[in-house]
Design a protein around this ligand. Structure first.
Ligand SMILES: Cc1ncc(COP(=O)(O)O)c(C=O)c1O
Length: 415
């Protein structure tokens, strides 16, 4: 049988899934045929052979300037190997993971931390661990299928994925985005000894900073366990001179659990859940996503630990970056471009019509800028936004060029 006849048969068999029609109907062609990137991604990116000023990079600190990352990585690859080559349960945990987990626990102010290959797996594992049942021959059991989760409606996909199948309206409730009164009303209605509230520090779609102190107050009032997804805030907020200091202190001192991602400020890949020792120990077995899949690669775990130390010892790296992001926000406001009304480093620019936002994205690429657009289905229909990550390595000329270009498009589209 030839390759083309196999493929024709596959197309017939897959018809009920409607994949072809789905792809055709979607205007995000790049989501299905992603452009190919050459070389390292930073303030600029080379996509399909073309260099663009990059506002899409979620690792935004230009750490190459401060940490000899590739050398550390190479040294760790030689010392610890490239893979854990087995699970923590069967073989044990590699030294770099053990050190990294201690470092994350220390920086989040929690007793212990457990690492996962990604932040997404940490979130799914957390929800699974808090809502699963298991029985041991010795008669010891956990029965937690009755856990009730109350989550901000806009939490990350990974939390919603973990919650899937738990019974919306019974074991899962969502409060309106950043709406503490709605959270309080739901907590007031729930009759459960085991309630877990999940919120984010910085929401990745709209860039808003969650009202964490008030959320933790409600958790205290109703005896609920709190979990803050700090993927976007880890190692960025916390110091008193920075925005969001009060919230960052509350996450450290009052949240029961914190999730961190290593793919944002740390510029690598991996994630962790930090919290009380007994719970984190139980998560080794109960999360599933720690035991049944691969871990962070050892050199990455090693480098993550080094990078966290560098950021802690050199606060000016993040201070300078936050000042840089704040300057861009001010400049946008000065040309009449509104952004989400919080002081986070992520800048979301409401555009509205999906077609206008997608048109802008194309024009930006033609003019040499990569500017991510969130449109339906990532956000509600015709509530499209530009979601920018300023990069610490962007030059003045790149920022000015971007602002001028944005203004031209807004005028052209009458926005
Ligand atoms: C709020 C939030 N949670 C979780 C994740 C997933 O983290 P990771 O990229 O480490 O899988 C992200 C990343 O987009 C995020 O923004």
């Amino acid at each position: 049988m030839t390759a083309s006849s196999t493929s024709a048969q596959s197309v017939d068999r897959l018809a009920p899934w409607a994949f072809a029609a789905f792809v055709e109907a979607n205007t995000h062609d790049t989501a299905y045929r992603p452009p190919v990137v050459d070389g390292p991604v930073g303030p600029t990116i080379v996509r399909n052979g073309r260099e663009l000023v990059n506002f899409a990079s979620i690792s935004f600190l230009d750490l190459d300037r401060h940490v000899p990352a590739r050398r550390h990585f190479a040294e760790a690859a030689i010392a610890h190997g490239l893979s854990t080559s087995g699970s923590r349960m069967t073989q044990g945990i590699c030294r770099p993971h053990q050190v990294l987990e201690e470092t994350i626990a220390r920086h989040t102010g929690k007793e212990r931390a457990i690492s996962f290959a990604t932040g997404l797996l940490a979130n799914i594992g957390f929800v699974h661990a808090m809502s699963s049942s298991a029985y041991f021959d010795t008669g010891i059991e956990v029965r937690n299928r009755d856990t009730v989760f109350v989550v901000d409606r806009d939490v990350h996909w990974s939390i919603w994925k973990g919650l899937e199948g738990l019974g919306y309206g019974r074991n899962v409730h969502a409060f309106r985005h950043n709406d503490v009164a709605d959270l309080a009303a739901i907590l007031g209605r729930i009759q459960s000894r085991k309630t877990v509230v999940i919120a984010e520090s910085i929401y990745s779609a709209d860039g808003t900073m969650g009202p964490i102190v008030e959320i933790l107050d409600e958790c205290d009032r109703h005896g609920a366990v709190s979990m803050i997804d700090d993927a976007n805030g880890f190692m960025v907020y916390g110091a008193e001179n920075r925005p969001y200091a009060r919230e960052a202190v509350a996450i450290r001192e009052r949240a029961d659990f914190v999730m961190v991602s290593l793919s944002k400020a740390i510029g690598l890949e991996g994630g962790a859940i930090a919290g009380p020792a007994a719970a984190i120990d139980a998560f080794e077995l109960l999360s599933g996503t720690s035991m049944f899949t691969a871990a962070i690669q050892p050199p990455t775990a090693y480098l993550a630990d080094r990078t966290i130390d560098v950021l802690a010892d050199h606060p000016e790296i993040v201070d300078d970056y936050l000042a840089h992001a704040a300057r861009l926000r001010r400049q946008m406001h000065a040309i009449g471009t509104m952004t989400t009304p919080t002081e986070s480093y992520m800048l979301s620019v409401p555009i509205g019509a999906d077609a206008a936002a997608l048109q802008m994205r194309e024009w930006f690429v033609e003019d040499g800028y990569l500017v991510p657009v969130f449109s339906y289905p990532a956000v509600s229909r015709n509530q499209a936004l530009l979601r920018l990550f300023p990069h610490a390595g962007h030059t003045e000329a790149q920022m000015d060029g971007f602002l001028r270009t944005l203004l031209i498009y807004r005028r052209r589209l009458g926005l």
